[in-house]
Design a protein around this ligand. Sequence first.
Ligand SMILES: C[S@@+](CC[C@H](N)C(=O)[O-])C[C@H]1O[C@@H](n2cnc3c(N)ncnc32)[C@H](O)[C@@H]1O
Ligand code: SF4
Length: 403
Amino acid sequence: MFVVAGGSACSPPAPGGGALGLQGRRREAEHTRSTGPPAFQDTPAAMNNATAVLGPSQRWLTPFKRYVSQSAPRLVVIPTWQCELRCRYCFIPKQDGRVMTHRTLERSIDMLLASDRDQVILQFFGGEALIEWDLVQHAIRYGTEHAKKWGKRIRYIISSNGWSIDEDKLTWLRDFDVKLELSLDGNAETQNSFRRALKKGRDSYGEGIPEKAEMIQASGLDHEVIMVVHPEAVDRMPANFFHIVGLGYPRVQINFALGFIWTPEQKQAFAKGLHQIGAELKTRWAQGHDVTLVNLEGAPMPIRLNGEITVDWDGTVYGGNAFLHETKHKQNFVIGHLNDLGSFDRYWMDSPPNEYLLDWSYPPDVTKNNLDVGRIFTSFHRWMHLQTAEQKRAPTGAIDRPS
Ligand SMILES: C[S@@+](CC[C@H](N)C(=O)[O-])C[C@H]1O[C@@H](n2cnc3c(N)ncnc32)[C@H](O)[C@@H]1O
Ligand code: SF4
């Protein structure tokens, strides 16, 4: 999943150079967006000009792109390091006592809302955030009230294994702009084998989201399911994917398990399984079924690690969430602390690029191996888009889902 800081809270603003400076350039770019093509494109001429004024593009291009982008920035918070499950592939050491205070959460939200952006996103990660339901409720109330004061829109994402989701929680959440990112790896056998409950005798599948699909659908809350594929379960991937769909979750994202060496046979099985899923998806789309492999909605990329700015339970600010692994690299990911009163936008513009995250998150041989697995996914992704483009050209009436 995760990080190293390319800049820090204390880093000076990226070179703003020239007569306009960053503010001026952003205004100009925003103005131009509504009237014609953007003023700054990655064309060689524009790049040459910019490089002559600002210096090597590595120093300013990524922050600049983030600055002029329209996307809503996201702040991730870790309300707790504890969890009811002990998933075999989860490297986060579960710990009692690492729970955010209400005040730390409020200060995290204050930092996010001080962003220059009109729309922001707060994501509850962990550990299992819903264990601290009271804290989550407090944050959502506080965020909503304060966003209103600032004239901003705030959305929430709750990453959850779904164990503690019930009717009352859903009823409460539906008054807010909340998306649920739920976890389930497939049928009971797969789920109980790879996402084990901490307490002996508890049923990870039975107490998870399978039985709750109708209730979650009825809540009207935006939601999707993340399914992790462990290399040892790769043969079961297509069956598990459609098992989840069959439970009533039409939007499923596949995460191949990071941090493990995939054997050549497992990689082959992964490619085969993806193509089986792709073929079945095309059949279902042609029949008008509503089912989405969420990965196909984004740009193809072998591994996209989570590089969002993250506030830990104690107020430390990190670039990404790889610090949760607690390896010797943990310090590399620190970019500040809430006490520094740093600017969220500055943190966000300097947030570590994917390449840095890859360098520090897992041992090099594992990263290399996992990138190979990711490339299999990328190639499948392209193949699916090509297929649907061809279907579109042929008048079969098939639905063009991945675009
Ligand atoms: C760390 S969990 C935290 C939120 C919550 N406890 C849950 O499981 O949904 C966030 C997501 O990361 C996924 N995940 C954990 N370890 C992973 C790994 N090694 N590779 C890929 N995804 C992983 C989980 O399955 C889950 O969907
Ligand atoms: S439910 Fe989430 S936090 Fe808990 S062990 Fe599994 S992946 Fe990790």
